[in-house]
Design a protein around this ligand. Structure first.
Ligand code: THU
Length: 130
């Protein structure tokens, strides 16, 4: 899984199974691990809105709960004209498991891409308790 086009497709496919009866706003994420595996995630909403899990966190939690913690990059897809950007909670979770230098690809529905990094999205992140 190397190309940016493939990353876009995997993130877009992930959005196709989003559970979004409240917002009708599907989001998909494709998290590429250093071992080559790709973990897809979608947003999963809840009637108690605050319990919604975003696509990015779904992907991270799937990977970590599968025993994988080393990541190379992530693609995030929104059905929007311009690329969407992860919420604050997802930025914090990404920063727990990914290096500040890890690339983050933000895709719109047409495939427009903005490339940023975990560190750019969340500078001065809270890292640990010590
Ligand atoms: N959402 C994501 O899944 N990821 C983002 O980066 C932004 C927001 C979801 C949460 C909710 O299901 C819907 O998009 C609208 O906020």
């Amino acid at each position: 899984m190397a190309t940016d086009t493939e990353l876009f497709k995997q993130a877009r496919d992930a959005a196709s199974v989003a559970y979004v009866p409240y917002s009708h706003f599907p989001v998909g994420a494709a998290l590429v691990a250093k071992n080559g595996l790709v973990f897809q995630g979608c947003n999963i909403e809840n009637a108690s809105f605050g319990l919604t899990n975003c696509a990015e966190r779904t992907a991270i939690f799937k990977a970590v709960s599968s025993g994988v913690r080393d990541f190379e990059r992530i693609g995030i897809y929104g059905e929007t004209d311009t690329p969407i950007s992860p919420c604050g909670a997802c930025r914090q979770v990404l920063s727990e498991f990914c290096s500040a230098e890890m690339p983050v690809y933000l895709f719109s529905k047409s495939g427009d891409v903005k490339v940023t990094t975990v560190g750019e999205l969340l500078p001065y992140q809270f890292k640990d308790l010590s």
